[in-house]
Design a protein around this ligand. Structure first.
Ligand code: NAP
Ligand code: MG
Length: 498
C-alpha cells in the first residue's frame, strides 16, 4: 500500500479543525460586519463550516496593513538571503502540513485526495521553493551608456498586490502569484474563491510562522462582487493578479480604468484544441492523454483539452481507444485514495455542465459516453465522463468553456484545416498536437495562437516554464522567472560622469 492509500482520510477529516476567519495584519479576525457564509463540501452537499464574509471594509483594513508594511520596508528591505530563508521555511511548513492542506483542498472543492496530496500540494510547495531560491539570484542591469555616463536599470517591487483566484486549484493558483509577489518584496492581499477559501486562509498563518512579517500577506475570504470588486477598485492597490473566467477578467480591466489604473494581469479561460494526426507514433498513448486531458480534475482545468481534433481517417479507431481509456476516470468519493474523479465544485457548476450536455444533444452532436449526473444518492455534485462525436465548430459545446468533464470531437482532412479549427476560438491558452512529422509539429507551434503548445504530450511543463494565454485567455505569465516581471517595475538611473 502506498503512503496516500495508507491514511484513513475520513478519520482525519472527522478530526480536522478549520481556520475560517480572515487573516489580516498577522491575526485571524472576523469580518467587520460580523457576517459569515456557508462553505459547502461538493462531496456530499453538506455544510463544512462557516467562513468570514469579508467586504469593502475588511479589504480596506487588509490593504492598509499591506501598505504600511510595504512602506516601512520591514519585508522588502530585508537582505535577499533573509527573505529567501523565510520563504524556504514557508515551503518546509507547507510540507509538514501537506496532509492537512490536501485534506482541506479535497473537502473544500471536491477533487480526489490522491490528486490534492500528490499534485496540488507538492506543486504549490515547489513553486514557493522556486521563487524563494530566485530571490538572491536576481541582478539589475547597467546600460551601454558610453564613457561619460553610467545608467542603472533597476527593478523595484510595485507595492500592494491584489490577488484574486478561482477554485479549481485553490492553493496552487494562489501561490503562483503570492510567491513571486513576495519574492520581489511586495505586500499582498489575497482573495480566494468563495467555494474554496480554506487553504488560502491557512497559508496566511503558515507564512507568519515562517517569518513573513505580519501584514505582508493578508487573506480576505468573501464574494467576488463585494470583496473581489473592492480589491479591483481600491485606490491603494498597485497591481491586480487575477486567475478566473474571461468575463470576470474583463471586470478587472474596467475596475482598473475606473480607479487608479492599477496594473492588471489576467489568466482566464480556455478551449484547448488537442490535435491527433494520423502519423502519431503512439495512438494509444495519445488516446490516454485525450481522456486524461479532459477528465483530470473533473474537467475543471483552464487548459483542459476540451476540443479533440482527430484526422477523419483514424477518427473511429481513435475514439474507441479514448473510450477505453475513459474507464480509468470514474466519479468516486474524493476522500477515497482510489478515486480518480471527484465532484463538481458546487451545485451551480453541476447544473451548468449538465446544461451544456443538453445543448450538445439539442444541437445535434452524438453522445458516445456518459452524459448524466452520477452518485446522486450522496448529495454531492458528480458527473460522468462525457464524450461527444460529430461536433462542429459552430456548436455551443465547441465554442464555450464548459469547465467540466465534457469532450467534443471534431474531424479534419488537412493539416491547414486542423490549424484553422484550432484557432477558431476567442481563447488562446494552450494546444497540443500528436505527430511524428517534425515540420507539422513545428508548424503547429508557429501557427496556433496559444500560450502553450504541447507536442506529443499533454499538459506538460513545470515551474521553470511560463504559463498563460493569448487572445481572451488573458495576458501576463505565471511560473518561471518571467512571472517576476509583472510584480516589479523598471527604474532608470542616469549618472553623469563627464
Ligand atoms: P470566476 O467566476 O471568474 O472567479 C474567479 C475569482 O474572481 C473568484 O475569486 C471570484 O469570487 C472572483 N470574482 C467573481 N466575480 C467577481 C467580480 N464581479 N468582481 C471581482 N471579483 C469577482 O472563475 P471561477 O468560476 O472561480 O473559475 C473558473 C474559471 O477560471 C474558468 O474560466 C477557468 O478557465 C479559469 N482559470 C484559468 C486559469 C489560467 O491559468 N488561465 C487557471 C484556473 C482557472 P467568487 O468567489 O465570488 O466567485
Ligand atoms: Mg467549498
Amino acid at each position: 500500500m502506498d503512503a496516500i492509500a495508507a491514511i484513513n482520510w475520513q478519520d482525519r477529516a472527522d478530526r480536522l479543525q478549520f481556520r475560517t476567519q480572515a487573516f489580516i495584519d498577522g491575526a485571524y479576525v472576523s469580518a467587520a460586519s460580523g457576517k459569515s457564509f456557508d462553505n459547502i463540501s461538493p462531496r456530499d452537499g453538506k455544510v463544512l463550516t462557516q467562513v468570514a464574509e469579508c467586504d469593502a471594509e475588511d479589504v480596506n483594513r487588509a490593504v492598509a496593513a499591506a501598505r504600511r508594511t510595504f512602506e516601512s520596508g520591514v519585508w522588502r528591505d530585508q537582505h535577499p538571503r533573509a527573505r529567501k530563508a523565510v520563504l524556504l521555511k514557508l515551503a518546509r511548513l507547507m510540507e509538514e502540513h501537506a496532509d492537512e492542506l490536501a485534506l482541506l483542498e479535497t473537502l473544500d472543492m471536491g477533487k480526489p485526495i490522491r490528486d490534492s496530496r500528490s499534485i496540488d500540494i507538492p506543486l504549490s510547495i515547489r513553486c514557493v521553493q522556486y521563487y524563494a531560491e530566485a530571490i538572491d539570484k536576481l541582478y539589475d542591469q547597467v546600460g551601454p551608456s558610453g564613457p561619460d555616463a553610467m545608467s542603472l536599470i533597476l527593478r523595484e517591487p510595485l507595492g500592494v498586490i491584489g490577488v484574486v483566484v478561482p477554485w479549481n486549484f485553490p492553493l496552487m493558483m494562489a501561490v503562483w502569484k503570492v510567491a513571486p509577489a513576495l519574492a520581489t518584496g511586495n505586500s499582498v492581499v489575497l482573495k480566494p474563491a468563495e467555494q474554496s477559501p480554506l487553504t488560502a486562509i491557512r497559508l496566511g498563518e503558515l507564512a507568519v510562522e515562517a517569518g513573513v512579517p505580519p501584514g505582508v500577506l493578508n487573506v480576505v475570504p468573501g464574494f467576488g462582487e463585494t470583496a473581489g470588486q473592492a480589491i479591483g477598485r481600491h485606490m491603494d492597490v498597485d497591481m491586480l493578479a487575477f486567475t478566473g473566467s474571461t468575463e470576470v477578467g474583463k471586470y478587472f480591466m474596467r475596475y482598473s480604468g475606473e480607479s487608479n489604473l492599477k496594473r492588471v494581469s489576467l489568466e482566464c479561460g480556455g478551449k484547448t484544441p488537442h490535435i491527433i494526426m494520423p502519423d502519431a507514433a503512439d495512438l494509444d498513448k495519445a488516446a490516454a492523454n485525450a481522456a486524461g486531458g479532459i477528465f483530470f480534475n473533473q474537467g475543471e482545468v483552464c487548459n483542459a483539452g476540451s476540443r479533440l481534433l482527430v484526422h477523419e481517417s483514424i477518427k473511429d479507431e481513435f475514439l474507441e481507444k479514448v473510450i477505453h481509456h475513459s474507464r480509468r476516470w470514474t466519479p468516486g468519493d474524493p476522500l477515497d485514495p482510489a478515486t480518480t474523479m471527484g465532484a463538481m465544485v458546487d451545485a451551480k457548476q453541476h447544473e451548468r455542465v449538465l446544461s451544456y450536455i443538453d445543448k450538445g444533444k439539442a444541437e445535434g452532436a452524438s453522445l458516445r459516453l456518459g452524459g448524466a449526473a452520477a452518485r446522486t444518492d450522496t448529495g454531492g455534485y458528480y458527473i460522468e465522463p462525457t464524450l461527444f462525436d460529430g461536433v462542429d465548430s459552430s456548436m455551443t459545446i465547441a465554442r464555450e468553456e464548459i469547465f467540466g468533464p465534457v469532450l467534443s470531437t471534431l474531424t479534419f482532412k488537412t493539416t491547414e484545416e486542423a490549424f484553422k479549427i484550432a484557432n477558431d476560438t476567442i481563447y488562446g491558452l494552450a494546444s497540443a498536437i500528436w505527430t511524428r512529422d517534425i515540420s507539422t509539429a513545428m508548424k503547429a507551434a508557429r501557427t496556433i495562437k496559444a500560450g502553450s503548445v504541447w507536442i506529443n504530450c499533454f499538459d506538460a511543463g513545470d515551474i521553470t516554464t511560463p504559463f498563460g494565454g493569448f487572445k481572451q485567455s488573458g495576458f501576463g505569465r505565471d511560473k518561471s522567472l518571467h512571472a517576476l516581471e509583472k510584480y516589479t517595475d523598471l527604474k532608470s538611473v542616469w549618472i553623469d560622469l563627464s
